[in-house]
Ligand binder design. Structure first.
Ligand code: SAM
Length: 346
């Protein structure tokens, strides 16, 4: 297993080899993978941990993904949409605290038209020309992505969710399409974005084969960012009775992704921090190098509930950001005030 771990990133691994790595998980192998991943990350980004200020702009969504708490079919979800003024004030507050990337995330809310988003992007960039803006607003047309890029958006997160067509069909209603998801990722790349893909670990019907396909996709497509976190059920979704994904497996997969694609920007996600109190630290030790504290106002804290008991790692004050710095310093990493671009875009 150690020899195979050493091959990762040196040459493309086959589906069978990736599957063998996943199935070869043991605490000892995971510790070896984490040590190699740490070396690989330090060679590219040193001990830096990049921070992103997450702003959850709307929980209104036209999609009905079976796993997601803000799916349109969830009548129990109290809907909200931030105003442009509220979003700008979150950026203002974040900038003062040292954030140089703002991530605007939300459901697929038709009110966020191209026109509105372009005006908002222009206003954010005018106020903070040295900050990067990441969007995570789902599937849009190529024309829309082109306009958003031209208006100043730097990065776009769109998890592929699963690289297996049949598995994709079991996580989403028939109205959503695997081909469309991957069309978006290709268009985003061609429009010049730093692109983020990713998937949930332990999503219903996931197998080692589908996970091997996910790793193969990451190895081939080489997204600039990759968000992975454990699946956590939400009480008002069709997947309410499925178990949560494993924290240990998520950390092991973080290490494998770092080894397969050493330059990737890899967050220790909110879901990982929700599933274990030391989840973010464990993610960073396994090879992650990004954390995304929440800059959203109170209304989002209560209502942007993608899964049960979602953690709110706020950054409302300098004290909270200092506490995060201290937590990262305690495990040997340095939170930096930097846009934290992917190496090829820096
Ligand atoms: N609407 C945008 C999109 O589709 O990319 C962004 C928002 S979406 C809620 C963000 C991510 O949350 C999804 O890509 C999904 O992987 C994750 N997510 C949703 N429900 C989840 C759950 N129950 N457990 C863990 N992650 C979940």
């Amino acid at each position: 297993m150690l020899e195979l771990l050493r091959q990762a990133g040196k040459r493309p691994l086959s589906h069978a080899e990736l599957k063998a790595l996943i199935e070869g998980y043991s605490p000892t192998v995971a510790a070896e993978a984490a040590a190699l991943a740490d070396e690989a990350r330090r060679a590219v980004y040193g001990d830096a941990v990049f921070i992103r200020g997450l702003i959850e702009i709307s929980n209104i969504c036209k999609n009905d993904c079976y796993y997601c708490g803000i799916r349109c079919g969830n009548a129990a979800c109290r809907r909200y949409r931030l105003t442009d003024e509220e979003i700008l004030s979150c950026c203002e507050q974040g900038y003062t605290l040292g954030f140089r990337t703002f991530v605007l995330q939300g459901g697929e809310d038709p009110a966020f038209s191209d026109e509105r988003l372009c005006l908002l992007l222009t206003a954010i960039k005018r106020a903070h020309p040295d900050a990067a803006v990441t969007l995570s607003l789902g599937e849009r047309s190529r024309e829309s992505y082109e306009k958003l890029k031209a208006a100043g958006a730097d990065r776009y997160l769109l998890r592929h969710e699963t690289a297996d067509r049949e598995h994709y069909g079991r996580l989403h209603p028939a109205a959503m399409s695997y081909d469309e998801r991957f069309r978006c990722l290709r268009d985003l790349r061609e429009c010049g974005f730093q692109v983020g893909a990713g998937f949930m670990v332990g999503s219903p019907y996931q197998t080692t084969d589908t996970l091997a396909e996910d790793l193969q996709f990451i190895q081939d497509f080489r997204p600039e960012m990759c968000g992975i976190g454990p699946f956590i059920p939400h009480r008002d979704t069709p997947f309410r009775d499925f178990p949560s994904g494993s924290v240990d497996l998520t950390c092991y997969l973080l290490s494998l992704i770092r080894l397969l694609h050493p330059t990737v920007l890899l967050p220790a996600t909110t879901a990982l921090g929700t599933a274990a109190t030391d989840g973010r630290e464990r993610g960073i030790r396994a090879g992650a190098n990004v954390v995304m504290p929440n800059l959203s106002p109170e209304v989002a804290k209560t209502n942007y509930q993608l899964y049960n008991n979602k953690l709110f790692t706020g950054a409302e004050s300098a004290a909270e950001v200092d506490a995060l710095r201290a937590r990262m310093a305690a495990i040997g990493y340095t939170v930096v005030t930097d846009r934290g671009d992917h190496k090829n875009f820096a």
